[in-house]
Design a protein around this ligand. Structure first.
Ligand code: GLU
Length: 495
């Protein structure tokens, strides 16, 4: 058998997600248990949503967890570049081949035409999707439209009848009717590939033998298989892992569970415990042992042991496991060293000390005043939010708008944060002093503290988000309906 090569292919469009680490872990274990290689590829074809910061954070988060890769953008390798934005020429070359062979075609339909089509299909209760109109265009018509400078995308041809059948390593035979598969756009009007096209071309060129990914991609697999067939390439083995779930069994979401790896780092979890916990998602050691290292998991790895029942990501269980690691695996010296590294990095201390120094009279005042810089969630009561001018509805609005605004910030600088909060206060027509009140309580646990704007900038997005959410929860939460109304208002400010 040829060499086993697996990959993790994150799209750098947000915070490093625990789901990415989970899929990376299983890919790495699978490849390394078979003497193969594990590759990291950045899928940044979505120009609007991809950012360098997100790519950098994802690499850092996976490194923090110890999920190193054998080839990748920072490491190089024989199949580079490992960043899709640097591979545009490769996609052009490949799409030209499909166009020439007639398995892909130019589609000149405008977005207006497409939404009309969609509406018609919905009215007729028919399958929604592209109807293949531009397949009928003659060579001459195409040439005229091109000469005319008309915009186009390139779609793949998809059969309308019959069904696509494929083997999934965990699920066995999967069958999907072709009529349910859209004539996928492969190249967008800006000339860049879509995920589907770039992903298949790269998996082939990077000699990926096993595609192990989340189950949300199952319905895309027929398109991918068809592309392999069009190119006459060997098809990799597909394996769709069960999705991580919230304790209520819904798909893991940041509304209900922190999903950013940075959060777990900022909360002071040990990377080996988080990794161990991710290894318990749908998988067990043959011995039933719950505490195991990455090496132990790799040594005993058997993908067939993955169970398909939705694994629940439950922070309480993670707390328990992390506590076990702290008690059992760290000597006092390790504890001192690792705690200091987590709590007192020089960067953090240099930011915090000037704030505290201005406000203390004795060193013994430092800990009570600054404890919130070294804590996770804070103990806050509803009474702490009592305010003369603002009622609970207003307080909730401030917290929620701030949360949205902070999540949107690309630049986490003190001045930018300050400016954004002032803008929000202006939109809400609330004096900045009052506006900052619920933020003080949520972020520092106290209405009087060091500057809340400085504190937010030091604590970072993950902890800020968690504390704002916590504050919202203490004030009784926001219903979906209220959230919708607030979202409309927020957007009306250009948010
Ligand atoms: N870029 C895709 C993602 O972020 C990769 C999916 C796949 O593994 O094929 O999820």
């Amino acid at each position: 058998m040829s060499k086993v090569r697996t990959r993790i292919a994150p799209s750098p469009t947000g915070d490093p997600h625990v789901g990415t680490a989970y899929i990376a872990l299983f890919n790495r274990c699978f490849a390394h248990s078979q003497g193969g290689q594990f590759i990291l590829r950045i899928e940044d074809t979505d120009k609007q949503r991809s950012t360098d910061k997100s790519a950098k954070d994802i690499l850092a988060a996976l490194n923090w967890l110890g999920l190193s890769w054998d080839e990748g953008p920072d490491k190089g390798g024989d199949c580079g570049p490992y960043r899709q934005s640097e591979r545009t020429g490769i996609y052009t070359e490949h799409i030209d081949r499909l166009l020439k062979e007639g398995t892909a075609f130019r589609c000149f339909c405008s977005s207006g035409q497409l939404s009309e089509l969609r509406q018609r299909q919905m009215q007729d209760k028919a399958q929604v999707g592209y109807d293949g109109q531009c397949l009928e265009l003659s060579e001459q018509e195409i040439a005229d439209k091109l000469a005319d400078g008309q915009e186009f995308v390139i779609r793949m041809k998809v059969p309308r009848d019959g069904e696509c059948e494929f083997d999934d390593l965990l699920r066995g035979k999967v069958m999907i009717r072709w009529s349910q598969v859209d004539m996928q756009v492969l190249i967008k009007s800006d000339g860049l590939p879509t995920y589907h096209f770039a992903n298949v071309v790269d998996d082939h060129l990077m000699e990926i033998s096993h595609v192990i990914r989340g189950e949300e991609w199952i319905n895309s697999t027929p398109k991918h298989l068809l592309l392999y067939q069009y190119f006459d390439w060997q098809v990799p083995v597909f394996c769709h892992m069960p999705l991580l779930r919230n304790p209520d069994k819904s798909k893991l979401s940041k509304r209900k569970n922190p999903t950013s790896i940075g959060y777990y780092q900022a909360m002071g979890y040990l990377p080996q415990a988080v990794l161990n916990y991710l290894g318990m998602m749908g998988w067990t050691m043959p011995t039933g042992e719950e505490k195991f290292s990455l090496q132990e998991m790799t040594d005993k790895f058997d993908i067939k042991r993955v169970s398909l029942g939705g694994p629940v990501f439950d922070t309480e269980k993670l707390d328990w496991l992390n506590g076990k690691y702290i008690r059992e695996d760290l000597s006092s010296a390790d504890f001192i060293e690792q705690y200091a590294q987590w709590a007192f990095t020089s960067e953090k201390m240099e930011a915090i000390v000037p704030l505290l120094q201005q406000r203390v009279e004795r060193f013994s005042d430092v800990a009570p005043l600054g404890n919130f810089f070294f804590s996770g969630q804070l103990e806050i009561t509803r009474e702490a939010f009592t305010h003369k001018q603002l009622d609970e509805a207003q307080l909730l609005r401030i917290l929620q708008f701030t949360l949205w605004q902070m999540e949107k910030l690309g630049d986490w600088q003190r001045d930018v944060i300050e400016q954004e909060l002032h803008k929000l206060a202006g939109h809400m027509d609330i004096k900045i002093r009052d506006f900052l009140f619920p933020l003080f309580v949520s972020i520092s646990g106290n209405a009087v503290s060091t500057s809340v704007i400085e504190s937010i900038s030091i604590l970072g997005l993950d902890i800020t988000r968690a504390r704002l959410r916590h504050g919202i929860g203490i004030l009784g939460g926001i219903s979906k309906k209220q959230a919708k109304i607030m979202e409309r208002e927020y957007r009306s400010w250009g948010g």
